[in-house]
Design a protein around this ligand. Structure first.
Ligand code: KG4
Ligand code: ZN
Length: 331
């Protein structure tokens, strides 16, 4: 089935064409440069930028896939969770296309999309599997009982892991978004140099706000002074605290549920230290690891089309009065 996917839940305007679980095109227009002077995403600006970009992104996705709009057989769009104004741009566009071409429409949960990025690989995970969804707004562990039946096993009680990266980058004056910058700087640092706290070690839930506070306290004690030579160690040690918590709890969830397959997805799954350590620790425990390529970890529309295609093939259809939702728990 030839499916067009549209994603506009936050600061990326994205469109992709997927056919029978294979990517034909995957176009992403990032708004990072527009938002970075503000230190975060400005919702009103995001909506306006989505309007400006969506038609070009759609045309590019079709051109690159070598298909015309009339050849598309189904359309999948992110319905939530996300910024309402941003979601509405993608959703309205998807509805207009579905209506004009008289093709089926399906509204997709963004988190389910992140997990579905793993289905686009050569080898896709069998059911059941454990999924760690780790992004700017979410940090949750699920047990996938089917491709869209999830049980929540643990989640963050405060900040998401991506937020923890972004807030640290702000405190260290490294700009927005912080994950990529900290990842890069940490490569030259010693992850054991500073003993940042690992919260709620025995729980299946996460907590990252204490970690951010301990960085703030450390910086305040030094009058916010740190040398350029110290920065890699601070970044590496801080990153290690996040990475350790994510890996430890995910592997424990797999072991507790006797499941030997783990999917790691969402923007933070792009983190090189997380990828490297997850690979090592799952190999040691005989757990099969599925991490999508970096381009499919951060927000994209191929993942939306991937789960959309599965839903459409299962007969799922949404009506044209479908509304966007800012909050939409997966389980
Ligand atoms: O999935 P995503 O693109 O958007 C949301 O759904 O939130 O995730 C964005 C988050 C941001 O917090 C960003 O800092 C983080 O993913 N991120 C990273 C890396 N690349 C993106 N965090 C750590 N290391 C990275 N390489
Ligand atoms: Zn996302």
């Amino acid at each position: 089935m030839l499916v067009l996917g549209i994603e506009s839940s936050c600061d990326e305007t994205a469109a992709a064409v997927v056919s029978n679980g294979k990517i034909c095109s995957n176009i992403i227009a990032s708004q990072i440069a527009v938002h970075s002077p503000y230190g975060g995403v400005v919702p009103e600006i995001a909506s306006r930028k989505h309007i400006e970009a969506i038609n070009t992104v759609l045309k590019q996705a079709l051109n690159e896939a070598h298909f015309t709009l009339e050849e598309i057989e189904g359309i999948a769009v992110t319905r939530g969770p996300g910024l309402i104004g941003s979601l509405l741009i993608g959703l309205s566009t998807a509805k207009a296309i579905a209506y004009s071409l008289n093709i089926p429409l399906v509204g997709v949960n963004h988190l389910e999309g992140h997990i579905a990025a793993a289905f686009l690989a050569e080898k896709s995970p069998e059911i059941p599997f454990i999924a760690l969804v780790v992004s700017g707004g979410h940090t949750s562990i699920y047990l996938a009982r089917s491709y869209h039946d999830f049980q929540l096993l643990g989640q963050t009680r405060d900040d998401a892991a991506g937020e923890a990266f972004d807030k640290a980058a702000k405190l260290l004056n490294l700009g927005y978004p912080g994950g990529v910058v900290i990842d890069k700087i940490a490569k030259d640092g010693n992850p054991r140099k500073i003993a940042f706290p690992r919260a709620m070690k025995d729980s299946s839930d996460f907590s990252f706000s204490g970690l951010k506070t301990s960085l703030l306290t450390m910086l305040k004690k030094r009058g916010r002074n740190f040398s350029a030579e110290e920065l890699p160690d601070i970044a590496a040690s801080y990153q290690e605290a996040i990475v350790d918590a994510l890996i430890e709890k995910t592997i424990r969830a797999a072991e507790d549920n006797s499941i030997s397959r783990v999917v790691v997805c969402g923007g933070v799954a792009a983190n090189s230290r997380l990828r490297e350590k997850f690979a090592k620790e799952t190999t040691a425990k005989n757990i099969e690891l599925f991490i999508p390529p970096v381009i499919l970890c951060t927000d994209n529309a191929a993942m939306i089309a991937a789960i959309g295609e599965i839903m459409l093939k299962n007969g799922r259809r949404d009506s044209l009065d479908l509304n966007a939702v800012s909050r939409w728990p997966l389980a």
